[in-house]
Structure formats: structure tokens, C-alpha cells
Design a protein around this ligand. Sequence first.
Ligand code: AMP
Length: 210
Amino acid sequence: MKAVFLGPPGAGKGTVAAQAKDYFKVPHISTGDLFRYNIKNETELGKQVKSILASGGLVPDSVTIAMVKERIAEPDCKDGFILDGFPRTIPQAEALEEMTELDHVLNLVISNEEVVQRLSGRRMCPSTGRIYHVLFNPPKVEGKDDETGEDLIQRDDDKEEAIKHRLEVYNAQTEPLIDFYRKKNLIRDVKTSNNMKPDEVFACVVKALS
Ligand code: AMP
């Protein structure tokens, strides 16, 4: 299965994709995670994109496209993949079309107010990338990862100013992708809200992609 997961920041793409990768047995490729990995390891790419991520802006298409092209050429992507956070612009979607053919584009639908509520409470384990929420998915011990016991962090781009900026960027650059893919009959809409449990959302996702 070759799928793209779309939706505003905080819609739950990462959480759903982490479940879907086990269910559909394909790798989960998150461009955000790939960039954060490079920043953490202080690679050349990491140094190049660090301030862009902190501000909530987009990394230039050429850099992002080259990174994804290299990743999906790896052997584990032979039978499919889930792309989470890519494409985010029309030029990225056009570049992806040249690389491969997609089966589904999942569109997670959520209101702006709920996005802000979700992102501002989001916490992450810096080494495993595991995601929590202070209200909706709290760790067993406040501020600590359930497995490693490490201190959880708040991503710089989950702070209020950056959230506002990320939503503006999403509305301007990424939302047009919904039309782009709808015209190709690839969009599978799934409504989500803060009242739904992760398993309920995932059941809807499985139905939409089956
Ligand atoms: P995410 O974890 O998907 O929210 O991504 C975090 C940040 O990584 C974004 O705010 C962008 O700065 C950068 N990023 C991730 N994916 C892309 C992409 N497809 N194009 C450009 N920038 C990206």
C-alpha cells in the first residue's frame, strides 16, 4: 500500500501512521522525523534546516524532495509506504507523482480550535519520538516517558507563535493538495475530533483505506 497522510499539524497523522505501519506492514516515513533526526545528529542537512523547523516554516522543496526520493528508493519501501508530512506543497506532490503511483491519500479533518488545543498540550520523548498529550493521552508519570522514564519535551514548533504560523502555512500551501488529489479520486476523508479515542480514529482509517 502506497499512501500519503494529509491533515493540518496536530490532526494526528503521526499517531495514526504509527498504528497503520504495523497494521499494513509498510514503513512509516515522516519527513518531520527525518529532519529532527538530522538536527539531533548535527548533520549538514540538520544544520541547514534547524532554524526553519523552529520557526514553523517549510524546508525548501528541493531539499525535501531529494530526501524523500532517496528514502523511498530503499528496499523496505518496495511493497509500499506511508508518507506522513509529505507532500506539503503542489511542487512536492508533482515530484512524488514522478517517483511513484499512490493508492490512497488519507485526509484527516479537524477544526482549527481543536488543533491549537492539541498542539499546545503535546509532549514528546526526545529519544523515541513517542507522543503524549497533557490532557488526552497523558504519560503514566507526569512529564516522563512510559518506557524509558526520560523527561518529555515540548517541541519548539508546538509553542503558541509557531503553531499559528504552521496553521497559516498549512492553509496556504498544503490545503490545496486536497483538491489536487481529490481530482485524482485518491482522497479518503476521515473526520476526527478531541472526543474520539485514538483506536476509534484508527478504526475509521482502516475502513477508509481498505
Ligand atoms: P511535522 O513533524 O510533519 O509537523 O514537521 C515539522 C517541520 O518539518 C515542519 O514544520 C517543516 O518545518 C518541516 N517539514 C516536514 N515535512 C516537510 C515538507 N514536506 N516540506 C517542507 N518542510 C517540511
